[in-house]
Design a binder for this molecule. Structure first.
Ligand code: MN
Ligand code: MN
Length: 415
């Protein structure tokens, strides 16, 4: 098996694209070319890359960087409309997913748009493969979560609030009315499936009756009254507004809250907009994700930048934007996003977000790391001496003096 110690630069990107189902309907077949092992294949590419590098070193300085023929796939589609599908519909609400099945580039993050009618529940469950994050778009809901240390938390959420349930923590949601509760869920694993979660009714309905009876200390006749199949999302009655006490009055409250009010986070203000960023620094339990909200004024531009150690996932709440990616070896891809679109920017890829249209654009963003990192083109240029830029960019000092030296963040509409 490949040991990861000698990774040619293009390999990680290569992995991303090999999982694009449109390119490789059968991933296994793509990975196992006849007569050549994975290790052998990469050694071959490595050797080709070294030869190309050597050739480039002796060539004119203006020539392009080495590009191992055949190893580079174009940047795949990075946009998906999460609402434009039937998804799961029931009496109590609905769920629509954007996992790798619907959106193949999104390997590290899955999204779900979920709605709960007043009183309806997303029943008691846990996720074996992923931590769950959510941003409330509309309405109100109540969540309970039980932690492996025996602590428990119950709290209410309204628009602009977020929650984070670490992988495996048991939880349930309930719509609190008056209208529908609508929230966008994010999971730190693109292979997660909201339909494949571990629901309490599914477990109880499928475990042997005598085991359930003994485990719960009730007669088998009582077990027969429990649900006979999985509920997932089911109708219910809106509970009292005052939060009820937990059944176990001695339960310790959670010492690390699962709730963070993203919209109450003081934003970073730029001439063209603002950005609310919540990492594990602000929200300690949110160890595997950083959440953000970006508001762009009409005509604004989020400058060219990249994130060294995280993929970036977008959900468009309102307004429109054009996003451009740079994926090395002259590869670029541009797409336009609007309400209910999900976007995905692979780790390390250069990118920009250009606001389009007359109404401001609001994007909810996730990074698959609890630590936020970003490098902008401006701060990069500021962190270099003039002479190096003269030599690298082939421009006079007078023009270099006009370039920014610090992060410009979100640039305002052209005057
Ligand atoms: Mn869940
Ligand atoms: Mn970014």
């Amino acid at each position: 098996m490949y040991d990861g110690s000698r990774v040619p630069v293009f390999r990680r990107e290569g992995y991303v694209f090999m999982t694009d189902r449109s390119q490789y309907p059968n991933k296994k077949a793509a990975d196992e070319k006849p007569g050549i092992s994975r290790r052998g294949l990469f050694d071959t590419i490595s050797a080709a890359s070294l030869a190309a590098t050597a050739a480039a070193l002796t060539a004119n300085r203006a020539s392009a960087a080495p590009s191992p023929a055949g190893a580079i796939e174009p940047i795949p589609n990075f946009k998906f409309n999460i609402e434009n599908q039937t998804g799961w519909q029931g009496e109590g609400g609905s769920a629509k997913e954007a996992t790798v099945a619907e959106f193949p580039i999104s390997q590290s993050i899955a999204g779900v748009s979920m709605r709960l009618k007043p009183g309806s529940i997303r029943e008691l469950h846990w996720h074996a493969l992923a931590a769950e994050w959510a941003y409330m778009l509309e309405g109100r809901c109540r969540a309970t979560v039980v932690m492996p240390n025996g602590q428990s938390e119950i709290s209410d959420f309204g628009p602009g609030d977020t929650w984070y349930f670490p992988r495996g923590h048991g939880h349930a949601l309930q719509g609190m009315g008056p209208g529908e509760a609508h929230f966008i869920l994010g999971f730190d694993n693109g292979h997660f499936s909201e339909y494949g979660t571990f629901d309490i009714t599914d477990w109880i309905a499928t475990a042997p009756k005598n085991i359930v009876a003994r485990s719960l200390g009730i007669p088998e006749s009582a077990v027969a009254q429990l649900p006979k199949k999985e509920i997932y999302i089911g109708p219910g009655k809106v509970p009292e507004m005052a939060i009820e006490p937990l059944r176990d009055a001695q339960m310790q409250p959670a010492q690390s809250s699962h709730k963070y009010r993203l919209d109450m986070q003081p934003p970073r203000i730029f001439p063209g907009g603002r950005e609310y960023i919540v990492s594990s620094k602000e929200f300690p339990i949110q160890t595997t994700l950083t959440a953000a909200r970006m508001d762009l004024q009409p005509g604004a531009l989020q400058e060219l930048h990249w994130h060294p150690h995280a993929d970036e996932w977008h959900f468009y709440v309102r307004g429109r934007a054009r996003v451009g990616l740079f994926g090395s070896h002259s590869r670029t891809r541009v797409d336009e996003f609007g309400p209910n679109d999900v976007g995905f920017i692979p780790q390390g890829f250069g990118h920009y977000v250009e606001q389009i249209g007359d109404e401001p654009t609001e994007i909810i963003i996730l990074f698959n790391s609890g630590v936020y990192e970003s490098i902008s083109l401006s701060s990069w240029l500021g962190g270099n001496p003039v002479s190096l830029l003269e030599t690298n960019l082939l421009i006079p000092r007078s023009l270099i003096d006009q370039l920014p030296k610090r992060e410009t963040g979100i640039i305002a509409k052209k005057a």
